[in-house]
Design a protein around this ligand. Structure first.
Ligand code: S3P
Length: 176
């Protein structure tokens, strides 16, 4: 276990790479990767799209918050939050000790490009104007994401590069 940092929390918009980067950072550190969305799906046995369609977004948010609370007390984990989780006021200001939060930044255009082939788990971008929706959501959410301890830009950077930079941040923070 790296002293000081006990868990890494990746936040950012849909398509910012929280899951793909998170998995690889976890491998680098020899830690476990957990994704809030996957936890909700495993717990309920239903897809994100089904939960949104049948019970509404608020029901999904409650499940997501519950999974986040359970994950944020684990040690030796990299956590991939859903894009909406950190958009709630106070979330990043009130993290358990030992949590290093990193905002993976992405533009609306890049987010839509990256998610267009798998909008299934992303009902918010499944309508006729995903770019308009992404721009609007990013405007609201970026001030919240910016409360993370660090930010790493992903647009125009290779996945390897982003993984390297996040891993480096964890190692540097663990020494301070
Ligand atoms: C959402 C992001 C999704 C998922 C749900 C809502 C959001 O997760 O939780 O569709 O509000 O931004 P990813 O960020 O992992 O795509």
């Amino acid at each position: 276990m790296i002293a000081g940092v006990r868990r890494v929390l990746l936040v950012g918009f849909m398509g910012s790479g929280k899951s793909t980067v998170g998995r690889r950072v976890a491998e680098e550190l020899g830690w476990r990767f957990l994704d809030f969305d996957d936890q909700v799906v495993a717990r309920t046995g239903r897809s994100i799209a089904e939960i949104f369609a049948e019970d509404g977004e608020a029901a999904f948010r409650a499940l997501e918050a519950e999974e986040a609370r359970a994950a944020l007390i684990l040690d030796g984990v990299v956590l991939g939050s859903g894009g909406g989780w950190a958009a709630v006021e106070g979330r990043l200001e009130d993290l358990p000790e030992g949590t290093l939060s990193v905002w993976l930044k992405v533009t609306a255009e890049e987010a839509v490009r990256r998610t267009s082939s798998h909008s299934v788990g992303r009902p918010l971008l499944a309508g006729s104007d995903p770019l308009g929706v992404a721009r609007g959501l990013l405007l609201q959410r970026e001030p919240r994401y910016a409360r993370a301890d660090h930010e790493v830009d992903t647009t125009g950077h290779s996945q390897e590069d982003v993984v390297r930079r996040v891993t480096q941040l964890v190692r540097t923070e663990s020494r301070t």
